[in-house]
Write a protein that binds this ligand. Structure first.
Ligand SMILES: [Zn+2]
Length: 479
């Protein structure tokens, strides 16, 4: 049977406040276990939580960037469950009155040539994190440092219809959050986590099928793979006439499979009730407007502006604006060399991005490794004919890894482009003399013989010959 895939995503983002959500403990990652705790986040009797104001502001900032309506009335609830990483036996969360909702994120669909899709945001709410269990062969250890970390949970409507769309949504959501500077979005540190709800239904059917919730994916690629697996698992089961069990499943990245963890809880399993230790309060329209005014230019707006201002393609603008650091770098480099924005964009989206990926660097390191003025300096040398683009590519790693300017490297290695006609003629004469058979081939109509001869000239000059000049002189001589 033909099925339609229906996916909804729940993303937890840890907001980068200095202190935890309801106490004064710090929020550093990687400290010695249980050194970042206090009676409040350990749930000792008689303590009272106090809401971190910055946490609230960051949460509102994110909600507004996702086009949500922010509630004027804020209330917290206790989500009760017993688990060893939760000393209070409840999480402070928001149940029936979330911070915000009714928003959307318009995403570019990577595999559909400029097509866009609107993913509706159902709700955005605040919730403290739990601790962490570490299981060794003989013991289970608990670290409460993460207890009370300020999280934002962003839940979509089931508007996503394929694993690739889920991937596109996640990468673009991450990009928005990074622009807002409210989280480091570091998945390795667990600052960004995603659970996926997925169900299938026969094509054309209106009613949603039974869903499973998939957890434990620690990369966006992992989410995509887990969803691909889950689709085929559910499909096989439905085709065999079996019913899908509503449950939570864990993704095992090594085995590339999901495994049943527990049957899915319902809201009533958590016995939510209003948190009596935090008073409900109102957020004024004035506060919301103020935070709205402070929103930075977001990726979608930046993309449009880059196209308009620098006359680069939609595609290049999307690649540049997807990463805040790259986008800033691009504009900085263009400031240094306004004559060739297109060239800056090409180098950035191709060679430099490749270098960053192969060397496993972070894009935020780029401005230190290769100051924008240095890149601009090299592009000027290419554009004024001092070096060829090919030599530019060759010296790029050295340019990145040393303090030297492009000019220094070229001088040192004697790489300036040869545009001296006399000198080029000499080399071309040599090549023609040494390759009589190829010249003959060319005269008999083999056009790639010409390319071969040009290649020989480039080889003899170690790539330094000006290619346009070589072409024209060669064409002249061979006639
Ligand atoms: Zn604490």
């Amino acid at each position: 049977m033909n099925y339609e895939t229906v996916i909804g995503l729940e993303v937890h983002v840890q907001l980068s406040t200095q202190s935890k959500a309801f106490c004064g403990c710090g929020t550093q990652f990687g400290l010695e276990a249980n050194t970042q705790t206090c009676p409040v986040c350990l749930g000792m009797p008689g303590v009272l939580p106090v809401l971190n104001e910055k946490y609230l502001r960051y949460a509102i900032r994110a909600a507004l960037a996702l086009n949500c309506k922010v509630a004027s009335y804020i209330k917290f609830d206790r989500k009760n469950y017993f688990y060893p990483d939760l000393p209070k036996n409840y999480q402070i969360s928001q149940y029936d009155k979330p911070l915000a909702g009714d928003g959307f994120l318009e995403i570019d669909l990577a595999e559909s040539n400029g097509a866009k899709k609107t993913i509706r945001i159902l709700r955005v709410h605040m919730e403290e994190d739990a601790g962490k269990l570490i299981h060794t062969k003989t013991e289970s250890l608990v670290d409460f440092n993460r207890c009370g970390m300020p999280l934002l949970e962003i839940v979509t409507h089931p508007d996503i219809n394929s694993p690739q769309e889920a991937y596109d949504y996640l990468t673009q959501l991450k990009s928005v959050i990074e622009y807002l500077e409210v989280s480091d979005c570091d998945m390795e540190k667990g600052s960004l986590r995603c659970d996926a709800n997925i169900s299938l239904r026969p094509k054309g059917e209106k009613k949603l099928g039974v869903k499973t919730e998939v957890k434990n994916m620690n990369s966006f690629k992992g989410v995509r793979e887990a969803l691909v697996f889950e689709i085929s698992r559910q499909q096989k089961q439905l085709d065999a006439g079996e019913e899908i069990t509503q449950e939570t499943r864990l993704w095992d990245a090594d085995q590339e499979k999901t495994f049943s963890m527990r049957t899915k809880e319902e809201a009533h399993d958590y016995r939510y009730f209003p948190e009596p230790d935090l008073v409900p309060f109102t957020i004024t329209q004035e506060t919301i407007e103020k935070i709205k005014k402070e929103l930075p230019e977001l990726p979608a707006q930046k993309k449009k502006r880059l196209v308009r201002k620098y006359k680069i393609s939609e595609y290049d603008a999307a690649v540049l604006s997807a990463d805040k650091h790259i986008a800033l770098y691009f504009e900085e480099a263009v400031k240094n060399y306004a004559d060739n924005a297109k060239g800056v964009s090409n180098w950035l989206t191709q060679d430099i991005m490749n270098h960053i990926h192969t060397e496993q660097l972070q894009t935020k390191q780029l401005k230190q490794l290769l100051p924008a003025s240095k890149l601009a300096g090299m592009l000027k040398l290419i554009d004024n004919g001092t070096i060829s683009g090919k030599i530019g590519k060759e010296i790029l790693p050295q340019l990145i890894n040393s303090k030297k300017s492009a000019e220094d490297i070229i001088k040192e290695k004697n790489l300036s482009q040869i545009s001296d006609t006399k000198e080029l003629e000499r080399v071309i004469d040599d090549v023609l003399r040494e390759n009589p058979a190829v010249v003959e081939d060319f005269k008999n109509g083999k056009s790639n013989a010409f390319m071969y001869l040009v290649g020989q000239v480039m080889k003899k000059t170690r790539g330094k010959a000006n290619p346009q000049l070589v072409n024209s002189i060669m064409a002249e001589k061979i006639k």
